[in-house]
Write a protein that binds this ligand. Structure first.
Ligand SMILES: *Cc1c(COP(=O)(O)O)cnc(C)c1O
Length: 411
């Protein structure tokens, strides 16, 4: 396995340490189901404000559709036994990616504690007062792009000063979008881990600055986990029933691990033994896979194995996994697979062709999961989590689409 990883050959690593029945393990952790419920309630408390700031959310709850991927399945997964679905976090309002879950939740959590301290009411009728209170505070974050968008857009809308430390692979259009919104963007000539270190250090110098720490944040994690509570209603409306014979399978793109980890944590609480969760990483930075496999967790750096962390899947360009998430995933994540960049452009194209859905390349990593994990013969419900894409400018998307088309014809 290690030889294949070093040679950047796509692999599937079945995690034999994963708990068949996770209930007991979950009980022993320091965060619980009650924390996820509390996070969901906090989001609801802010729904009036979010509806006022972002009319596109309509009810002030930022949630994505769950849709059938019937055409994708019919055309590209011939012989698959189960039913294929897409969870379209690529279309989440406000941030345009899965980061709308964790990132925005952490902003709301910080906001609530500052407003409580100043006895300012959390209500859309007090937005002026809220903004004048928050203008003395700064929210900062380090990001390969999408987390910056989520934290930057939300914190700026509420009245914070916002600083985003961008790693070198962050796309220019993401930086531009933030700058247009009045967010201060600081560019670093290093990878995500480096940008995070710089951001963390700078934030320590300002007592009114909160740094959103993607590698260690419990709040980000809980924000992602809320997805599991919300999906129950979507299952009901689609007449999906998860049982011992019709299990649930999730395919989740993984960067530092906060989003797939939080979602896995939430789903294992709700569906127990009947959900299997798989993480997808680029062959050029299989950081969570290796962190769990070697049990080095957050101290693993793929560079130490001659893997260069260079990938065009920018949300996934992470050399070290979260040290907070990785040990939990040793017990909760059922398997890991790696994907090649070129294939993600192919899947970006397939998804558009078959379902007319626009995603960014990193968000395609979940698509081949059913094949790579050997689950083609598993009955039940297979959900591909598409994690970003809404805000990709049309001209840039068109270029990626055409590249995917070319690659498909070459193969
Ligand atoms: C951030 C991101 C991921 C991975 O999330 P992590 O919390 O870093 O593991 C996957 N896809 C997209 C599009 C992202 O922006």
């Amino acid at each position: 396995m290690m030889q294949k990883l070093r040679n950047k050959i796509p692999v599937y690593y079945e995690n034999r340490e994963a708990m068949e029945n996770p209930a007991k393990y979950l009980e022993g952790l320091s965060i619980h189901l009650s924390d996820i419920i509390e996070a969901k309630e906090r989001m609801t408390r802010f729904s009036g404000i979010i509806r006022t700031l972002f009319a596109e959310t309509s009810d002030g709850i930022i949630e994505s559709p769950l849709v059938s991927a019937f055409n994708l399945q019919k055309q590209y997964f011939v012989g698959m036994k189960g039913k294929l679905y897409l969870k379209l976090d690529s279309h989440l309002a406000v941030a345009g990616s899965i980061k709308a879950r964790g990132g925005i939740y952490e902003v709301l959590k910080v906001t609530e504690s500052i407003l409580n301290e100043h006895s300012v009411k959390i209500s859309e009728d007090h937005l002026g007062e809220i903004r004048s209170c928050l203008k003395d505070y700064t929210l900062s974050v380090a990001s390969t792009g999408n987390l910056g968008l989520s934290i930057g857009i939300m914190s700026k809308a509420l009245g914070f000063n916002a600083i985003v430390h961008m790693s070198k692979e962050a796309k220019q259009w993401k930086k531009d979008r933030l700058i247009r919104k009045g967010v201060q963007v600081i560019e670093h000539d290093g990878d995500f881990t480096f940008a995070a270190k710089m951001g963390r250090e700078q934030a320590l110098k300002n007592s009114h600055e909160h740094f959103v720490d993607d590698e260690n944040s419990k709040d980000l994690f809980l924000g992602y986990a809320v997805a599991a509570l919300r999906i129950k209603e979507q299952f009901e409306s689609l007449d999906i029933h998860i049982t011992d014979n019709q299990k649930l399978y999730l395919y989740l793109p993984c960067g530092v691990g906060g989003s797939p980890g939080g979602i896995t944590f939430g789903f294992k609480h709700i569906f127990g033994e009947n959900v299997k969760c798989y993480f997808a990483e680029p062959t050029n930075c299989p950081s969570m896979l290796m962190g769990v496999m070697t049990k080095k967790f957050g101290s693993l750096n793929v560079n130490d194995y001659g893997i260069d962390n260079k990938t065009r899947l920018d949300g996934l360009a992470v050399a070290s996994p979260s040290n907070f998430v990785a040990p939990m995933m040793e017990k909760l994540c059922d398997g890991f697979y790696t994907v090649e960049d070129d294939d993600m452009y192919r899947y970006l194209y397939y998804l558009k062709k078959s379902e007319n859905i626009k995603i960014e390349p990193s968000a395609a990593a979940g698509i081949p999961g059913v094949k790579h994990t050997g689950n083609m013969d598993k009955e039940g419900y297979h959900i591909i989590w598409t994690t970003g894409g809404l805000f990709v400018p049309d001209d840039i998307y068109d270029r990626m689409y055409r590249e995917g088309e070319c690659l498909c014809h070459q193969k």
